[in-house]
Design a protein around this ligand. Structure first.
Ligand code: COA
Length: 390
């Protein structure tokens, strides 16, 4: 029995900052961002957008037309949770009008947890092939102003329906794993922005890739030559290029620079414009590959390297299914990216500094999002979500 991704769709926020604006304010050469870290723009959430509204918007095209009673589990992966107790997935469950006979839970391990959610989903579907699992990864990446991480902010959500009818990609069973207790990136409960030792985090990322690959081989995984493409976690897109060079060296592959780049190039396009979306970024990378590759990818094997600081990493593979093109949401994604509104530095700061009220009062939030759901108010510590007219 094949198990894997039946449908995949992403969403990002209504605004974006071109990194040219940040470069001018910081008086640095914009090529450091465009070429050095491989980022051009970063999505910025409007005050009435958050991980819940983006998640619901990503999942809406996936659940439309589905028999909702078959979706018996919703796994919500996020690093930027909005509540210490309640799963953000429960709000999404209501906004999507899913069946009450559904389990909902939130998973956390920095940028890694969506991969764990996919593996858990595949296991559930393997036990009961008639059920489907909705996996949603949604995050807003926030670093301190003027920190090295600032140009690597962004936000986005991706929804994947995991089932025994994987119209997009079969997830193969072997995984390589690596866990080590390190402090490369973390966010204590009292902080709104992440703490990060950026250079150290890139080193741990590469070390984890090496160990996950070795474990993958030990577990009986495919040889490097059996892979056609690689999709990496992309905190910034240059990281994927660094990671791929590292893997090529490790396996002793003799590919030309152009051949190596061709294995990852199409995974980078969307994230160059969206920025870091933590848990969602690797699967937005998959969407980018599927929607931007010039040739038919049917039968092609994609390697995935998922990394979450702290750290947990997993390397696994998937095989793209014949006819996948008919199930993509390419127009939805390209319209979404094209209609985002560019902001100047003052607006960026308004969005960045938008207050997060903690006084338990009544805080209505003005309508700004162009998406299908919005955070309308925070009232007596409760987040109030509603559908918009769009
Ligand atoms: N033109 C082209 N490239 C330029 C440049 C210019 N004018 N100026 C600098 N660069 C290059 C540098 O040579 C460097 O390339 P290299 O990585 O191949 O050596 C790259 O741009 C980044 O410059 P650097 O000075 O190292 O950047 P930084 O100290 O500001 O920080 C990170 C880079 C990634 C550490 C920082 O963005 C960060 O902390 N990010 C968040 C943490 C993160 O994402 N971790 C990843 C693991 S999850």
């Amino acid at each position: 029995m094949k198990v894997g991704i039946e449908d995949i769709c992403f969403y990002t926020a209504s605004y974006y900052l071109d990194l040219q604006v940040l470069a001018e304010v910081h008086q640095i050469d914009v090529e450091k961002f465009y070429a050095g870290i491989g980022q051009e723009q970063m999505s910025m959430a409007a005050p009435d957008e958050d991980i819940v509204t983006m998640a619901a918007a990503a999942a809406l095209p996936v659940v439309e037309g589905q028999d909702k009673s078959a979706i018996r589990t919703l796994l919500f992966a996020s690093e930027s949770g909005i509540d210490q107790s309640k799963s953000a997935g429960v709000y999404v469950h209501r906004l999507l009008e899913l069946d009450p006979a559904c389990r909902v839970v939130e998973l956390k391990q920095a940028c890694y947890s969506a991969t764990s959610a996919i593996q858990m989903a595949c296991a559930l579907v393997a036990r009961q092939p008639q059920q489907k699992v909705l996996v949603i990864a949604s995050d807003i990446a926030r670093y301190d102003l003027d920190s090295s991480g600032e140009p690597t902010q962004g936000c986005g959500a991706v929804a994947m329906l995991i089932s025994a009818d994987p119209k997009i990609m079969e997830v193969e069973p072997v995984s390589g794993l690596y866990t080590e207790d390190v402090m490369d990136f973390w966010r204590p409960n009292y902080r709104g922005t992440a703490l990060v030792d950026g250079k150290y985090s890139t080193k741990v990322y590469l070390k984890s890739l090496k160990h996950a690959w070795l474990d993958y081989q030990q577990q009986g995984g495919h040889a490097f030559s059996e892979f056609n493409y690689f999709c990496y976690h992309q905190p910034f897109t240059r990281m994927a290029q660094k990671a791929h060079s590292h893997l090529l060296k490790q396996v002793g592959a003799s590919l030309s620079a152009a051949e190596a780049e061709a294995q990852i190039a199409d995974t980078l396009s969307y994230n160059r414009s969206i920025g870091n979306s933590y848990t969602a970024s690797i699967y937005i990378g998959l969407t980018s590959l599927l929607e931007n590759a010039e040739h038919d990818l049917a039968g092609q094997r994609v390697g995935f390297f998922s990394y979450g600081s702290g750290c947990v990493a997993e390397l696994f593979s998937g095989v793209v299914q014949p006819g996948y093109q008919a199930h993509l949401h390419k127009d939805y994604h390209q319209t979404l990216l094209a209609r985002r509104q560019s902001v100047d530095y003052a607006t960026y700061r308004r969005l960045y500094d938008y207050p997060n009220p903690v006084d338990g009062g009544e805080h209505a939030i003005a309508a700004e999002t162009t998406g299908p759901f919005r955070l309308a108010a925070i009232s007596q510590h409760k987040r109030i979500y509603e559908k918009t007219a769009s």
